[in-house]
Design a protein around this ligand. Sequence first.
Ligand code: HXC
Length: 508
Amino acid sequence: MSANIEELERRRAAARLGGGEKRIAAQHAKGKLTARERIAVLLDEGSFEELDMYVEHDAVDFGIDRQRIPGDGVVTGSGTIDGRLVFVFSQDFTVFGGSLSERHAQKICKIMDMAMKVGAPVIGLNDSGGARIQEGVASLAGYAEVFQRNVLASGVIPQLSLIMGPCAGGAVYSPAMTDFIFMVKDSSYMFVTGPEVVRTVTNEVVTQEELGGAITHTTRTGVADVAFENDIEALMAARAFISLLPANNRSGVPELPSDDPWDRLEDSLDTLIPANASQPYDMHELVRKVLDHGEFFEIQPAHGANIICGLGRVEGRTVGVVANQPTVLAGVLDINASRKAARFVRFCDAFGIPIVTFVDVPGFLPGTAQEHGGIIKHGAKLLFAYAEATVPKITVITRKAYGGAYDVMASKHLRGDLNYAWPTAEIAVMGAKGAVEIIFRGLSPEEIAEKTQEYEERFANPFVAASRGYIDEVIYPHSTRKRIVLGLRKLRGKQLENPWKKHDNLPL
Ligand code: HXC
């Protein structure tokens, strides 16, 4: 071997060692993989091509000039997932705690710029102590350079963040601006200010996990989308998720061969809706029976669970599913559900993913908590998202579609392309009893019961809406998949553009 090659080998080996054996062992002891091990799990075997392996910081303060480690705390490059190109950065906690220096940021920016040029997703594996303290403002500048790119890339290429260690302070805002965040239970956390500062400022005593762990963010706050048990599970899920995403906003959805019959009939759906109108049923059953092989990647399953959002395939092509969930809060729309679904609908629309909506919604959740929490603005987000979406939109009303929520849930009036209803659908301003109590105030209970029945007979069906053309067809539940397949085939060539504008003014 020539001396040059030997030198290259030596340098590569040094870079691969990151912060050294001791720190790698410490990382493993915490149940965490190293930055490179994570990349190896995430990407197709042998597909990773690293860039900037020899980049080092040039800071001098506080003795850091005596410590230079090739790579400077982040491993960057590209590779493939199921043969499709992705760019990746993986912060190396063994090197200065994965903290972000100016050079570290430059490495991330370089792969983001390349991903934008060629139209491929960026996956960030975050495990960092935040701004490199010894660098001061140069590090802050580095963060801002990344933030700016997150924003410009939003809606152009998919951006996925995996939080696999600390992510604190202003550092949280880069993942926050990406499309989806996955977290690892017990080893990852995200907060703007940590427990120490919280205690000093507000006297609250709280653990890292309670303040910003994976459970907190995937249940209470909705900041993160899915929580996983460990690094491997999170990385494998990221592979599955990326395989559902388009490469960019012009590429169209990925298409895989599918041997699930397009015209598969599901007789069990004919009895999915219980005889008693106030009895719930699990909407997941319908979602899974419609999608290829019953496979569904759910987003935020534990937050705003009264609405189901996620991706699956129909005839091998990715679709977004939004569905009210009668088993949680009767499927009502509240602040969390509206925000969650609005963001998901906008993601699908930005990336050309058709949206299939299953509706069983009794309306918006009443109460001071909702009103004072701004349900007006939050509910408007979902309405806005559906109304502006130009991707193919297919809607199936299974049972209730009451009030404003009828309009919001991808109704015909919001440019729904194909609006179907099951024979069990009830499309009305509100539930029959409530309606009668308002318009026939003062009647005896017997008279109310009689009028309620009259109201139900008149409105608790899909045919009034169908007679006006608001419902395109009342379909057999068992043929729902077939109808959706045929609809999506028809809509492949859909062309619809909104009027030119700099951007809209979504009710934030
Ligand atoms: C430089 C850092 C560092 C940082 C950690 N290290 N954070 N070096 N800058 N921000 C180094 C440590 O010196 C240590 O080096 C190694 O990384 C591992 O750190 P430990 O503290 O030993 O690890 P652990 O006990 O697991 O604690 C991890 C930690 C803690 C919770 C992240 O290190 C920590 O609190 N770090 C500081 C976090 C912080 O305040 N960051 C700035 C936030 S402000 P050795 O050589 O001993 O291995 C911010 C603003 C961003 O980020 C603004 C953007 C707009």
